[in-house]
Design a protein around this ligand. Structure first.
Ligand SMILES: C[S@@+](CC[C@H](N)C(=O)[O-])C[C@H]1O[C@@H](n2cnc3c(N)ncnc32)[C@H](O)[C@@H]1O
Length: 320
């Protein structure tokens, strides 16, 4: 088993501490808006899952992979379902010192300092308060988050009705192993929803400034243009760099019949991509992969595998 360490545990240099502190400071003013967007986002995904798979997210056993520090979607889903989360990072809900010691030991000083900073600046408190307001409840559920690697899940076979992973797969070194895990832990007829951000998109570098009011400091596709790579601030983010066609073939091979929903970039991004290509930049990339932001996969596991169908036929023949 590989040691449990997430990409946020890497790169704990004085510079990365400074960068994280500056991002946190800016996040402080945006906590409420981020909470509002999170609720809007999960409601939109809930509607899409219902529209495309006819599934109502009610009374289900749900696994969320990588719920992250705020766990907004997991808490929302836990209002009407039994939900468990797994994350490589230790998630500290309270200020209990033991949780921080565990975080320090397993996820390193950068992750721990960032989490403590969030709590001290009141970011978590403000986020939770806006989440409650948006959902219209007094108390948020506190579903369990287990520290576990998505590529090495240890749940028993067929434990869940629904597996949800948002903005996690592009961070996995071996997404195929995580998909095998999902196939295994889903019950027959169960459903998976995986949404990932495309590395080749305009913001595929995931420079943290993109999520703050410094968004305009990050040029389009800096990670795909060697002359701009020094302008990037994402040294402690692991990205697997899979291209659109590679994701499609991976999901086709593991989840045949899956539906793909792509979120296209806005018209200005299309124009920028075309302009850069006309100047000889980004020519190794198709316009479609440069202008697709998110790639969502919806899949229903067959109700019964071919093998169990045969077994069932044999059993019923023997019984008749
Ligand atoms: C970008 S955050 C997404 C958080 C949340 N799902 C959201 O959409 O806001 C990615 C999360 O995935 C977790 N993660 C990364 N690699 C993982 C792995 N191999 N197994 C489980 N979680 C992982 C990270 O620790 C982080 O919490």
């Amino acid at each position: 088993m590989s040691p449990i360490r997430s990409y946020t545990s890497e790169g704990a240099s004085p510079l990365s501490f400074l960068r994280e502190a500056s991002t946190l400071y800016r996040y402080r003013r945006q906590a409420s808006e981020l909470a509002r967007q999170s609720v809007e986002d999960i409601r939109c995904r809930e509607a899409l899952i219902n529209e495309h798979l006819g599934l109502l997210l009610r009374d289900l056993d749900i696994l969320e992979i990588g719920p992250g520090q705020f766990q907004a979607h997991m808490k929302y889903l836990a209002l009407k379902n039994r939900v468990v989360g797994i994350d490589l990072d230790v998630i500290a809900e309270s200020v209990a010192p033991l949780a921080y010691l565990k975080m320090l030991r397993t996820n390193g000083p950068l992750r721990t300092a960032k989490t403590l900073g969030r709590k001290l600046l009141g970011i978590d408190r403000e986020f939770a308060s806006e989440l409650r307001r948006q959902i219209g409840i007094q108390r948020l559920p506190r579903p369990k988050v287990i520290q576990m690697d998505a590529c090495q899940m240890s749940f028993p076979d067929e434990s869940f009705d629904f597996v949800y992973a948002r903005s996690v797969f592009h961070h996995l070194p071996d997404p195929g192993a995580a998909l095998d895990g999902i196939l295994r832990v889903l019950r027959p007829g169960g459903t998976a929803y995986v949404l990932l951000h495309l590395y080749t998109s305009e913001t595929g570098c995931l420079d943290p400034r993109i999520y703050t009011d410094r968004r305009n400091e990050v040029e389009g596709w800096p990670h795909l243009q060697p002359q701009l790579s020094s302008t990037l601030n994402n040294q402690n983010t692991y990205l697997n760099k899979l291209r659109l066609h590679q994701w499609r073939s991976l999901f086709d091979s593991k989840m045949p019949g899956a539906k793909y929903l792509m979120t296209a970039a806005d018209p200005a991004t299309f124009e920028l991509a075309k302009t850069l290509q006309s100047k000889g930049e980004l020519l190794d990339y198709a316009l479609e992969e440069l202008t697709t932001n998110d790639f969502a996969v919806l899949w229903r596991k067959p109700a019964h595998s071919a093998e169990s169908q045969t077994n069932r036929m044999c059993r019923s023949a023997a019984n008749s």
